[in-house]
Design a binder for this molecule. Structure first.
Ligand SMILES: [Zn+2]
Length: 91
């Protein structure tokens, strides 16, 4: 392994970065770093959203039937009472 980054090595790298970029440019360097991390996180979140959307679109396919006015649950077409909360369903 060419680099063994432990605590002291990280400090050394920081010092080298300070010397190379100068203390004044440091915020820019960290800004770029932060930007990279942020885009990486956004992409990871997008992947999460995609997987969530994919799983919900397959599970919420019940569009027919009666919707309970009390809890909003979908019930079978002939149901007189809500299967979830027992509220009488309008005919
Ligand atoms: Zn209900």
């Amino acid at each position: 392994m060419p680099f063994n980054l432990g605590g002291p090595e990280l400090v050394l790298v920081l010092v080298v970065v300070l010397i190379v970029f100068g203390a004044g440019k440091l915020p820019t360097v960290f800004g770029q770093l932060g930007k990279g991390v942020r885009t990486f996180r956004e992409e990871a979140q997008n992947e999460d959203v995609k997987s969530v959307l994919g799983s919900t679109s397959t599970s919420t396919t019940v569009t027919s039937g009666k919707f309970c006015t009390s809890c909003g649950k979908s019930n079978a077409d002939g149901a007189k009472f809500c299967a979830s909360c027992g509220t009488p369903l309008a005919a």
